[in-house]
Design a protein around this ligand. Structure first.
Ligand code: DGL
Length: 275
């Protein structure tokens, strides 16, 4: 076992902590290193090229810290950067390293939730415009109809801690209504952004009770657990001391306050610069 080979978990900001929480619940024995690129968040409104550059810089930072496996716990980065990093960059940086995303594990099982074969996807502009979910769901569940709605103001509401206020209701209801207008048959809504689980109470408030609302944290953690079982050559390199370290590219104080909400308990973060 490597002396220090934590599992890297990356997000543009705090959202990936909702995934880290489930990973730690399911797989507490491993070491984790989390990086939130808060100084440059949100990623959702940025171009393909910028999201790719930022994500690659952060992935390289993880590799320098000794991580050989990094999970992009961010749909926007998974949609816009993952494939290029896997196909173009990893072979040059280190072909033994792995970078995984959150779209594939979600898509693999999303079809099991719907009875009407009709799913609604809520995500950032970047995730929705990439059409990654449309393309990937078609591969696994060709009969399922997928409707999408971008929610550009939801991440800023969450990142600025305004999501639980009355003022947030207008924009939460607006995007749900816009999604539901597209088809009466939608019976499952996927929260395809790791920030959105924080909004679930409010989303529920504006959605009919019969609709299932799916967050990704547990799905990704379960899929990752299976991945480690089927890749013992990778699993054996992951260090196992149950340690969690958090890093942010912005203010440590802000990050620590948010981590209590997103992760469920307060953890101390450290500031780093990425360039
Ligand atoms: N948590 C990221 C996602 O899943 C959010 C993105 C952002 O920075 O806009 O897409």
């Amino acid at each position: 076992m490597a002396a220090n080979n934590p599992i890297g978990v990356f997000d543009s900001g705090y959202g990936g902590l909702t995934v880290l929480k489930e990973l730690v619940n399911k797989l507490p024995q491993y070491d984790y290193l989390y990086l939130g690129d808060n100084a440059r968040a949100p990623y959702g409104s940025r171009s393909f090229d910028v999201v790719y550059q930022y994500t690659l810089q952060c992935v390289n930072w993880f590799f320098k810290q000794g991580c050989s496996l990094v999970i992009l716990a961010c749909n926007t980065a998974s949609a816009k950067a993952l494939r290029t990093i896997q196909q173009k960059d990893l072979p040059k940086i280190n072909p033994d390293n792995r970078v995984l995303g959150v779209i594939r594990p979600t898509v693999e099982i999303i079809g099991n939730y719907t009875k009407t074969n009709t799913i609604g996807i809520l995500g950032t502009n970047g995730t929705i415009q990439s059409e990654s979910y449309l393309i990937e769901i078609k591969k696994f569940f060709p009969d399922i109809k997928v409707f999408q709605q971008a929610c550009p103001l939801w991440v800023p509401l969450v990142e600025s801690n305004e999501y639980d206020n009355e003022g947030a209701d207008y924009f939460i209801k607006k995007y749900i209504d816009e999604l539901m207008k597209q088809s009466k048959n939608i019976d499952t809504i996927l929260l395809a952004c790791t920030h959105y689980p924080l909004l679930i109470k409010k989303i529920r408030q504006f959605t009919s009770e019969s609709i299932k609302i799916i967050s990704q944290g547990e799905i990704v953690a379960e899929s990752f657990k299976n991945y480690l079982v089927s890749h013992p050559e990778i699993e054996k390199n992951c260090s196992k001391n149950g340690r969690i370290e958090l890093y942010t590219t912005d203010s440590e104080e802000d990050f620590d306050r948010h981590s209590a909400v997103f992760f469920g308990r307060a953890l101390k973060s450290k500031h780093i610069n990425i360039e």
